[in-house]
Design a protein around this ligand. Structure first.
Ligand code: AMP
Length: 218
């Protein structure tokens, strides 16, 4: 039976960092909608052109664009055992469509939703020190520095700062989370699959808590 995990939490909570660990432990493909948008923007595809005006301003890309992209991605061979979803769903509509899609196309459901909670004041600091490579590996100049400055430990690609990781755009992104995405806590809570994780702890303590929650659920 395929396993679907949804990682929930505000920007800067550590979803990308934790996703790298979880996907390797469970051999689950990491599907990050943010990474998919960034890849399309880099390659200047039609999808990238549509997404850019939203991502650059910290706004949510419209549901129909996002949902079609995720649907395509989940149908690929490397998702046949399920997926670790990072950054999707972000709206109730996306969550409802995901449930239908999993049921109808894969006879599956969302098994567990670890929700990483971090103090709001710390999120901005975390985001301002974040660096990443084009393959989505995430570092932080203080809490998770790369071994060689500016170079990804995993793949040797240069590290860069995301265009939307500036203080103005971050405020809009946090707003989008608080106003829209946070409603998913209630949505998944009602389904009994939500597990709140204290994201203020160290990276490895947070990983341990998430892995324990997944083990219990699957
Ligand atoms: P992330 O890397 O998850 O922080 O996402 C970066 C940006 O991509 C967000 O600020 C949105 O503009 C866009 N994005 C990512 N995932 C979604 C989604 N599920 N729905 C709408 N927009 C998204």
């Amino acid at each position: 039976m395929a396993v679907y995990i949804v990682l929930l939490g505000p920007p800067g909570a550590g979803k990308g960092t934790q996703a790298e660990k979880i996907s390797s432990v469970y051999h689950l493909t990491h599907v990050s909608t943010g990474d998919l948008f960034r890849e399309n923007i880099r390659e200047n595809t039609e999808l990238g052109k549509k997404a850019r005006e939203y991502t650059d301003n910290g706004l949510l890309v419209p549901d129909e664009v996002t949902i079609a992209m995720v649907e395509d991605r989940l149908k690929k061979e490397d998702c046949k055992n399920g997926a670790l979803l990072d950054g999707f769903p972000r709206t109730i509509k996306q969550a409802e469509v995901l449930d239908e899609m999993l049921k109808n196309s894969f006879d599956a459901k969302v098994n567990i939703v670890p929700c990483i909670e971090v103090n709001q004041e710390d999120l901005i600091q975390r985001i301002s020190g974040r660096r990443m490579c084009k393959n989505g590996h995430v570092f932080h100049i203080v809490t998770k520095p790369s071994k060689v400055e500016g170079i990804c430990d995993e793949c040797g690609e240069p590290l860069y700062q995301r265009a939307d990781d500036n203080s103005e755009t971050v405020k809009t992104r946090l707003n989008a989370y608080n106003e829209t995405t946070a409603k998913l806590v209630g949505y998944y809570g009602a389904k009994g699959v939500l597990k709140t994780i204290d994201g203020n702890k160290s990276i490895s303590e947070v990983s341990d808590a998430i892995l324990a929650a997944i083990d219990e659920a699957i």
